[in-house]
Design a protein around this ligand. Sequence first.
Ligand SMILES: Cc1cc2nc3c(=O)[nH]c(=O)nc-3n(C[C@H](O)[C@H](O)[C@H](O)COP(=O)(O)O)c2cc1C
Length: 206
Amino acid sequence: MAEMTTDALELPMAGQDADTIYDLLTSLIVPRPIAWISTVSTSGVRNLAPYSWFTQASVVPPCVVFTATGDRDTLANARGSGEFVVNVMTDALLDAMSITAADAPREVDEFTLAGVEATSAAMVDAPRVAAAPAHLECRVMQVVPVGDSHLVVGEVVHAHVAASVRDGAGADRERLGPVASSSGDRYLGVEPLRTIAPATWEELQR
Ligand SMILES: Cc1cc2nc3c(=O)[nH]c(=O)nc-3n(C[C@H](O)[C@H](O)[C@H](O)COP(=O)(O)O)c2cc1C
């Protein structure tokens, strides 16, 4: 159980250590969708790792962005090959995902390490996770240094949505069953709370 205090937190960020900042921000920026990212190194080693600092970045062209906070193999591979695949995370994939979060040496094939079956992508050389219900094949558009981290912006060049979860030109959330990341190694299902349409300026003038 998390520690309960009655005092509000007022925390100037200047001078805070990285762990404090990390714990604060990952407790407030929740839930975070998990991109299980597959890449291939320039020497042909397949890599797989979870990234929850991940979101959509633009619509046209369709871009996504994830943050590598350290010297990650995924970052090196995305830079080297110019490609990555986002595999959508589900409950059934979590145990294998946690194996791929290990700091395995660069020469280790993380599909083999985690016993994950791969299937080929349509437009990129990086493999897809066969058991993931949806995949976004991406070409690296920009790698942007930010503080101690790097944003990797990828253009989605091909999307796959399995027939079992497909709903028109997208996916049905319930059947997709995405899992999100929370603080403290916790994972969340994504259940709807309520539906509320955003206000329009016109409505507010009535
Ligand atoms: C659920 C989850 C989400 C994570 N998200 C990130 C992230 O957004 N950025 C990051 O740099 N590391 C993140 N990590 C840590 C990396 O997955 C971990 O360091 C991994 O070993 C990196 O693998 P790579 O070096 O093969 O890319 C996350 C770990 C977990 C378990």
